[in-house]
Ligand binder design. Structure first.
Ligand code: SAH
Length: 207
């Protein structure tokens, strides 16, 4: 039986987030309402149930675990930082879902991911707030390893994203959403930040 949106949101809400978030890696867990939106966009298009799914920059595992809960056949999460991977592993265990967690850098993916193509990639990549164009290696890896890609990007990025992707793929859907961030890092000056974002679906032509 498939989960409803609200049910998924509540389940993801209970997961553990970053213990010591590293600003340079733009580490923040996707808030449950936004994660659930992205995942249901994918689910509604038939891109999760029974599919193989790769979460690039999986962090504490919100998207990967959510994909597993929505019936993905096989889920893999990759992150450069072993600390959130430990949290992700515990989150998955607590939910009773199976995810393969791999430590690795998106621009130089380790085996076996390096040689694999997945039905679906989900990702909430760094927006490039700390390092300019930090999202580009994510877009490149997603297009190379996923037939269909779902990503969260800054609102207004779509034309630039489409230009950057070029002939490698096509942005087929974009829904507007809000990323509500609690104050988790020292350089944040306000208690709560609302960032307008877009959940974008991309069909790869190169995977
Ligand atoms: N996908 C998670 C985390 C988003 S934060 C969620 O939705 O909650 C972005 C994540 O990307 C962080 O966990 C960070 O460690 C990871 N990351 C940043 N640069 C990376 C890189 N070059 N390769 C792999 N992971 C990276």
């Amino acid at each position: 039986m498939t989960m409803r949106l609200r049910q998924l949101e509540m389940t993801l809400q209970g997961l553990v987030g970053f213990v010591h978030p590293r600003p340079a890696l733009e580490q923040y867990s996707t808030p449950a309402p936004l994660a659930a939106r992205l995942l249901f966009l994918a689910h509604g298009q038939g891109d999760l149930e029974g599919r193989t799914v790769l979460d690039l920059g999986s962090g504490t595992g919100v998207l990967a675990c959510g994909a597993a809960l929505l019936g993905a056949a096989r889920v893999t999460g990759v992150d450069i930082d072993p600390d959130p991977l430990t949290v992700a592993r515990e989150n998955a265990t607590r939910l009773g879902v199976e995810v393969e967690w791999i430590e690795g850098e998106v621009s130089d993916l380790p085996t076996p991911v390096r040689d694999q193509v997945f039905d679906t990639v989900v990702m909430n990549p760094p927006f490039g707030a700390q390092v300019r164009h930090a999202d580009r290696p994510f877009v490149n890896a997603a297009l190379a390893h996923g037939r269909t890609v779902y990503g969260i990007f800054n609102a207004g990025t779509l034309p630039f994203l489409a230009a950057y992707i070029g002939e490698r793929g096509e942005c087929t859907d974009a829904i507007a959403a809000t990323l509500v961030l609690p104050r988790t890092m020292r350089h944040h000056t306000r208690d709560r930040v609302e960032v307008p974002v877009e959940c974008v679906r991309i069909r790869s032509r190169v995977a």
